[in-house]
Ligand binder design. Structure first.
Ligand code: F6P
Length: 539
């Protein structure tokens, strides 16, 4: 197969982007009075307005041709068939099976995995019901009042984001904390006001070999045992979520308290697997099922809708357009909902660990840009921070605005203010304010250039009626599939993460060198000097 840049659709997009370079969004809107509605799409409770992307009907036609030329349909089918689409690790990437509905079958190596998924969900529901009802008691016979999730990356960001996003639906008499960083401050601050007798640790690690998580889990064990005095207290205060039964048992967690999942669930795609146990403890099994229902609704849409009306496909292709043909290097996710404050951090891992790659499935170096840098903050806070750059900076940032029609916490007219700001920002980015308008305001001559907004800046607006478990699930599934679409176009493996290995190996070498000043150092001169400097505390 020819390289991506050799494809006719790719070449046509390059020429098309050139031809469109001088066209402003103002002109595109002026030429089509219904653009704002025509370039809108609804699925699984979400409405996407993509009209403020710098695209025409031709752009969309060519992007869809590119998707066909890259075999997007075949790749989606392969994912659903449980094929080893994670080519470098020779594994399926079948997170869609985690939200399978009655009657659906997902095969991995010829075996339907849905019954096991269902059985795990049942066990999680049973356990969380017992904890939430107070039937599950700690070692001294007291009910659990605090849940501390210990994990990092996908074993932290998903449940941390979901617990925050769905706090409105959560049990307020249970406290939820998340410990991820190997910095002892994280554990110490998370537990300093907790009562060990009423604390449950949920240790989440797909591999159960992750340095940070094991260090924190050992700290938690020590913290608990110092209070309880006896080893068997561990079984009432620790549960583990992992694919690695052997290491869980070695750590001392009762195997009855292990919740499993399979290696075909990537860490950053695992928030709806047993890794979501903390989420279920917070919102209850019914709401967790509601969230899975939302994921599934977006999955079903992604699987069946024609590409031209397919929300994740269009979202992904627009990101490709912005990245490869408009040379936009960064994307901001801007949720206008305080409950979604951890969504940007969650999406950073989902997007950048998935598509921050430069080698194709075939082992060649790509000749085009891959994942943009993702970042973000909730609105309206970001407006008083980095939006200056979004509006007038020299760099272009593609923005995703996210909002909900109904307030979960109505307070005077604050929700209207919130939504007004969201809509206004997208409008300002697209249309800006021309020199003539600024002059007409009677602006002092010297200030005119400073007060001009050139506009023509790209954004998507994603709207739903209300933040619910289901709309959250659908939103996450939308981004998961969008990332997949981008990975297919870029011909990269979106499901491995070799780029995190080298740092881990070097840290494992440096840790003992820091601890023992007598060990000889054989790094480069900078690394050696840094190690020596940080050793000083020991000498
Ligand atoms: O180092 C990156 C990573 O492997 C992520 O992909 C993963 O989500 C995280 O570490 C945690 O891994 P584990 O769940 O195995 O502890």
């Amino acid at each position: 197969m020819p390289g991506r840049t050799e494809l006719a659709a790719w070449k046509a997009l390059v020429a098309h982007a050139d031809a469109l370079a001088g066209t402003h969004l103002r002109e595109l809107f002026a030429a089509d009075s219904r653009r704002g509605e025509r370039l809108g799409l609804e699925a699984a409770g979400w409405y996407l307005d993509y009209s403020k992307n710098r695209v025409t009907a031709d752009t969309l036609r060519l992007l869809l041709q590119l998707a066909d030329a890259c075999g997007l349909r075949e790749h989606i089918d392969a994912m659903w068939r449980g094929e080893a689409i994670n080519s470098t690790e020779k594994r399926a990437a079948l997170h869609v099976a985690l939200r399978a509905q009655t009657g659906e079958e997902f095969l991995v190596d010829g075996i339907d995995v849905v019954p096991e998924v269902r059985a795990t969900l049942e066990r999680m529901a049973d356990f969380s019901n017992r904890v939430r009802s107070g039937e599950w008691k700690g070692h001294t016979g007291m009910p659990i009042r605090a849940v501390v999730n210990i994990g990092i990356g996908g074993s932290d960001l998903g449940p941390a984001m979901a617990c925050e996003a769905l706090r409105h639906y959560s049990r307020r008499d249970l406290e939820f904390r998340f410990v991820s960083n190997v910095d002892g401050t994280d554990f110490s601050e998370a537990t300093r006001d907790l009562d060990p007798a009423q604390t449950l640790f949920v240790v989440c690690s797909k591999t159960f070999t992750t340095q940070e998580t094991l260090a924190n889990a050992h700290a938690a064990r020590t913290w608990l045992l110092q209070a309880m005095g006896v080893e068997h207290a561990v079984s009432r205060h620790f549960v583990a979520v992992s694919t690695n039964a052997v290491e869980v048992a070695k750590f001392g967690v009762d195997t009855a308290n292990r919740f499993g999942f399979r290696d075909w669930v990537g860490g950053r795609y695992s928030m709806d697997s047993a890794i979501g146990l903390s989420t279920m403890l917070a919102i209850g099994a019914e709401n967790f099922r509601g969230m899975l229902g939302g994921f599934h609704a977006m999955d079903a849409h992604f699987r069946s809708a024609p590409f031209a009306r397919n929300l994740p496909v269009l979202h992904g292709l627009l990101s490709v357009w912005n990245t490869n043909f408009l040379a936009i290097e960064s994307a901001a996710v801007l949720p206008y909902d305080q409950y979604l404050k951890r969504l940007p951090a969650y999406l950073q891992q989902l997007v950048m660990e998935s598509n921050g790659k430069q080698i194709t499935h075939g082992g060649r170096r790509v000749e085009y840009a891959t994942s943009p840098v993702w970042w973000g903050e909730p609105g309206t806070n970001g407006q008083h921070s980095f939006y200056q750059l979004l509006h007038q900076g020299t760099r272009r940032v593609a923005c995703d605005f996210i909002g909900f029609r109904d307030a979960l916490n109505p307070l005077g007219n604050q929700h209207e203010l919130l939504l007004a700001n969201l809509i206004a920002q997208a409008e300002a980015l697209a249309f800006g304010k021309s020199r003539q308008q600024v002059e007409a305001d009677g602006t002092e001559q010297a200030l005119i250039p400073h007060r001009v907004f050139e506009g023509n800046r790209t954004s998507n607006v994603l709207l739903a009626e209300r933040l619910t478990p289901a709309t959250l699930g659908a939103l996450v599934a939308l981004y998961e599939h969008s990332v997949f679409v981008q990975g297919v176009i870029w011909d990269i493996d979106s499901f491995d993460q070799w780029g995190v290995e080298l740092g881990k190996q070097l840290a494992a070498r440096i840790a003992p060198e820091l601890a023992d000043p007598k060990l000889p150092l054989a790094h480069d001169s900078s690394t050696n000097a840094l190690i020596r400097r940080m050793r000083l505390r020991n000498t």
